[in-house]
Design a protein around this ligand. Structure first.
Ligand SMILES: *Cc1c(COP(=O)(O)O)cnc(C)c1O
Length: 424
């Protein structure tokens, strides 16, 4: 199987090269040249994922590694909680850093490790993060021979527990708290990655455009589609909290390739880019605005180009196929309170956008059963959730273990030379 760039100006490569490169050399995003229908019978996630991804790894050293890779990357629970007769919540946050990004980061790290020759020089993974990506990538690469990680995050703009989790790692991970916002961090990371290396150390990206993060998200969408169909007796509508469109792309791909999903609905926060596009405006990226669902504070969703490619550039059919529902901070607060009051269920601010979007779909006449993605554990966002509920949120053991470690980020100016001096 070969992968092509969404911009069509780069050579086709196999999965191994697409993983190592991150972005295609023409600035586009890698997508498979052909799509293969997913498996149709339910199995445990690691087995099903290996089966679903096999066609894409064909012809690379990863082909034989997939079963072991998926078993190691997805070795934690994926519970599904009922929230009423026709609504279920898929808890994607039971990995080491308590957010769904553990799936993609662990798969990518395992794949890059498997592809690495033992005599290959060290590689540094550079990642700009608005909160959850950095921790997941750090956890996935911590103490992996041959890899270092450099994390850039906006100082003061992530939750205190996210900040702790970004900087509590062994020596092969270095964390910089940048005096700037997420876009500044992203720009600094891009500047570094464009150089390709610093002082002889080769740099690679792990941001959400990596196909190595999307494929695992596609594989659990297939699993959840089959599991939801088994529970509800028919295919469910998936509601996905969305920022950079990585998680949602996996679900939309699964649906278009034939997995039993009635529809994929995007739930966003108050950042309006996707909702405006859905309502008929031309696609127009904007500056990100800060909301309670900070991991979705995105004004220029990085996978939009990939989604548009999936629809062959036909914006109208994309708008019809993929509804977008924007949820503001007041509605997020209200949903967190009501989920607790009505169901005794604790949700994070991101998952709250899915809860509200699901309600609005039902009010608008949708009668399909609904599967909501829960993208982070509420204990990660205790400073938002606890004051609303007037009680503490129990911390899951994996997160408690991280919070018990010492944590130290290096503060740096928003400036490339300062980043290089502190980072390498
Ligand atoms: C990253 C993240 C999202 C958004 O996912 P995308 O793939 O960027 O759309 C939603 N919720 C949480 C908790 C996240 O960490």
């Amino acid at each position: 199987m070969r992968f092509r760039s969404t911009r069509q100006q780069a050579p086709r490569v196999d999965l191994a090269d697409a993983l190592r490169a991150g972005l295609a050399p023409d600035g586009g995003l890698y997508v498979p040249e052909q799509f293969v229908a997913p498996p149709g019978s339910l199995r445990p996630l690691p087995m099903l994922a290996a089966q679903a991804l096999a066609p894409y790894a064909a012809g690379t050293a990863l082909a034989t590694e997939l079963p072991a890779l998926c078993a190691a990357a997805f070795d934690f629970e994926l519970p599904i909680q009922a929230l009423g007769a026709h609504v279920a919540v898929a808890e994607l946050f039971h990995g080491p850093t308590a957010a769904f990004k553990d799936y993609g980061a662990r798969f990518l790290a395992g794949a890059l490790s498997a592809l690495r020759a033992s005599d290959e020089p060290e590689r540094c993974i550079v990642v700009a993060t608005s909160g959850d990506t950095g921790g997941a990538v750090a956890a996935a690469f911590a103490e992996r021979p041959g890899f270092r990680v450099l994390i850039l995050y906006p100082d003061g703009r992530v939750s205190p527990r996210q900040a702790h989790q970004l900087a509590c790692w062994p020596d092969n991970i270095r964390t910089l708290a940048v005096a700037g916002d997420f876009d500044d961090c992203q720009r600094l990371a891009k500047t570094l990655l464009a150089r390709g290396q610093v002082g002889g150390l080769r740099l690679s990206s792990a941001n959400s455009i990596s196909i190595g993060r999307l494929l695992p998200q596609y594989s659990y969408a297939v699993y959840l589609a089959l599991e939801a169909e088994r529970r509800f007796g028919r295919s469910a509508e998936f509601i996905v909290p969305t920022g950079n469109l990585g998680n949602a792309y996996g679900a939309i791909l699964a649906q278009r390739l034939g997995a039993p999903i009635a529809r994929v609905v995007l739930a966003t926060n108050a950042n309006p880019t996707l909702a405006e596009f859905h309502d008929g405006a031309p696609y127009q990226p904007r500056a990100a605005i800060a909301t309670l669902a900070n991991a979705m504070d995105v004004g220029a969703p990085s996978n939009f180009e990939r989604l548009r490619d999936l629809f062959g550039g036909d914006d109208e059919s994309q708008r019809n196929a993929v509804p977008v529902i924007a949820v503001d901070d007041d509605a997020i607060r209200d949903a967190i309170r009501r989920a607790h009051r009505e169901h005794g269920y604790l949700i994070c601010p991101h998952t709250a956008t899915a809860v509200v979007a699901a309600e609005r779909r039902r009010e608008a006449g949708s009668s399909a059963p609904q599967l909501l993605y829960a993208t982070a554990h509420p204990a990660k966002f205790d400073t938002v959730v606890e004051p609303l509920l007037g009680q503490t949120v129990p911390v899951p053991p994996a997160l408690a273990a991280l919070l018990a470690r010492p944590s130290r980020a290096i503060r740096v100016e928003n400036e490339i030379d300062a980043v290089i001096a502190a980072g390498f």
